[in-house]
Design a protein around this ligand. Structure first.
Ligand code: ADP
Ligand code: ADP
Length: 227
């Protein structure tokens, strides 16, 4: 479980991006952080893998303060997916997906077969393995991003507006795929979006943030009060 205890983030210029946020993110479920642009969603997400350090409060992972954990071990336990996939442009699809396994010392053959297995899991034709990212559609690039994040089988997936830049039909397909992956693999997923419909469709729990980085609601989608 990931637990935020009165977490605050004040940037050096004085902006309070996250204000006394307390949340319990259960294992093996999808928790969505939703709210308008600038309400602190990305900041909150990036504090979980310590890309950003809180200025107050603490975040516990399975009961241990993440500030006391080595950053590389922490990041290895968390896949990270962003809006424009962030793929390495000069690596093929298969090599992009195999990045972390290769860093972990897997041999080429094992990493490649893992990449092909994951392509299948995220609904990508294995014939795309040798393509480069620019030769893929936006939706396909996001699938590669998800496959890459899953490659070393981390228990946690952090997803920052992963489907926001693709058109609505492709987006729906990606959402369904994510729900299927979640059901099959049982990952703990923290998902950021500004789209309340997406939050309701995907979330087991939905944290509604409002401007100033304060938590307005935290509930299953069917128990959210309309604002
Ligand atoms: P969201 O993901 O909900 O759009 P962010 O977490 O990106 O929100 O930003 C929250 C607030 O913090 C915004 O007011 C944003 O302008 C501000 N902010 C983000 N990054 C920085 C930074 N590096 N320095 C100063 N302010 C920042
Ligand atoms: P989407 O609606 O998912 O964004 P696109 O219209 O961008 O899809 O792409 C449709 C198909 O064309 C995809 O299967 C994609 O792989 C292929 N494609 C797009 N760009 C290229 C390219 N530069 N080279 C080869 N195939 C491409």
């Amino acid at each position: 479980m990931i637990r935020f205890e009165s977490v605050t983030k004040r940037y050096p210029d004085g902006t309070v991006a996250v204000d006394e946020l307390s949340l319990e993110i259960p294992d093996r479920s999808i928790t969505v952080l939703v709210g308008p642009s600038g309400c602190g969603k990305t900041t909150s997400l990036r504090m979980i893998n310590r890309m950003i350090e809180p200025s107050g409060g603490r975040i516990l992972l399975d009961g241990t303060d993440i500030a006391d954990q080595p950053v590389h071990a922490l990041r290895r336990s968390m896949g990270y997916v962003i809006q424009h996939a962030g793929l390495f442009p000069h690596r093929t699809v298969a090599d992009n997906i195999a990045t972390v396994p290769r860093l972990l010392g897997w041999d080429r053959r094992r990493a490649r077969s893992r990449a092909l297995e994951l392509m299948e899991r995220v609904g990508l034709d294995p014939a795309l393995a040798k393509r480069y990212p620019y030769q893929l559609s936006g939706g396909q690039q996001q699938r590669v991003g998800v496959a890459r994040a899953l490659a070393a089988d981390p228990p946690v997936l952090l997803m920052d507006e992963p489907f926001s830049a693709v058109d609505p039909i492709v987006r729906k397909g990606l959402q369904e795929e994510l729900l299927r992956i979640q059901e099959e693999l049982g990952k703990t997923i923290v998902f950021v979006t500004h789209d309340i419909d997406e939050a309701i469709r995907l979330g087991d729990l939905v944290a509604v943030l409002r401007t100033g980085g304060r938590l307005a609601q935290f509930a299953p989608p069917d128990r959210l009060l309309s604002a």
